[in-house]
Design a protein around this ligand. Sequence first.
Ligand code: IMP
Length: 421
Amino acid sequence: MPATVIVGAQWGDEGKGKIVDLLASESDLVCRYQGGPNAGHTIVVGDEVYKIRAIPSGIIQGKQSAIGAGCVVDPAVLIGELDDLEARGHETAALVFVSGNAHLIMPWHVALDGARERKLGNLQIGTTRRGIGPAYADKATRIGIRVQDLLDPKILWQKIDLAVAEKNVWLERVYEIEPFDADEVYEAAAAHATRLGPYVADTSLLVDRALRHGKRVLFEGAQGTLLDLDHGTYPFVTSSSPIAAGAAVSFGIGPNRIDAVLGVSKAYVTRVGEGPFPSEIEGDAQDRVRELGGEFGTVTGRERRCGWLDLVALRYAVRLNGITSLALTKLDVLSTFAEIPVCVRYALPDGSETEEFPAHQSDFHHCRPVFETLPGWGVELDGPELPAAARDYVRFVEGALAVPVTLVGTGQARESVLTLG
Ligand code: IMP
């Protein structure tokens, strides 16, 4: 498909990096459409481990890689990644493109993110504290600093000077932490400008031209559907639009240019941070899934909460994204379980049951999962075919969602992905 979106169908960490890595080999251009260094993709190639947060992972295969206007860019993180890739022999100069319209994460955004979370105490969102929310807030308030501002020293200084004057009031008076010095921030930004200047591009035109020339473009979402600012489990969400439509918005192309949407879901569910989680596993089995799945955050190292597969939430993801096929990752993690519960409905506080994701937050907060238990397969998934019970598990998911599962993750290695159908 010329234009394919890869979207996380749960709360992030679905293993999108591996699927993008797989499909990138057949693509010409890989585009990251939202978020910033709150995301982290780990890609293992032979003995090399790459942890990428800003640049689309296609860069590892030498593909053109673009960061869209809907992203927020921490310049120091991006430069660190560029330096690391170059030191490991990957060319970046003619391959990495950053939208001039993307917004910069400035040092006060990171400071405010952390300070606000600390102040919220028990009510905190559990953010990655990378400055994501404050950077998007400034974008919406129209006082943000954009990547293209790096190219104009006068504008850059004006914006930094103005921002520091305002942010320091918040930092000192509301959060009682150290203020920033405008000159110091400007000097650091000016150094970033020199390094990043050559990568700044019109990424809308880049994608438009690629599609018009019949190139294959892969749009890579970060986080996941349920962390979407508009449609996710607000306020326990991120501040951008991970859903598939976000790709068109971020890259400035019409939604009718997108041909396919591949949803990526784990064979179970994980969630980091706070917020309701109906299918969260009770007791020791949760620790077992966490250990087997290595469920610790790439960016923060935090333990991920683990749950059984939630078909109600996944059905919602199919609807919100227009998912045309699914990749079910980490099926191997379930191999040692004799029985595998799957959440098929929610029981609501009024006594009714539903297969559809509740539109009202109170229903979601207070719903109880209704499980159906499927038999496990009890063997490793190391063959070219799935064992019958594992195949049935996949068929059950397909039947419930009316979407084909075309890829199944069966192990950590890059090649441990089975293509079905
Ligand atoms: P923020 O994006 O750092 O503002 O965090 C907001 C919420 O999104 C928190 O619950 C985070 O744990 C969650 N979150 C952000 N990025 C990721 C990710 O890449 N994977 C999973 N959860 C994430």
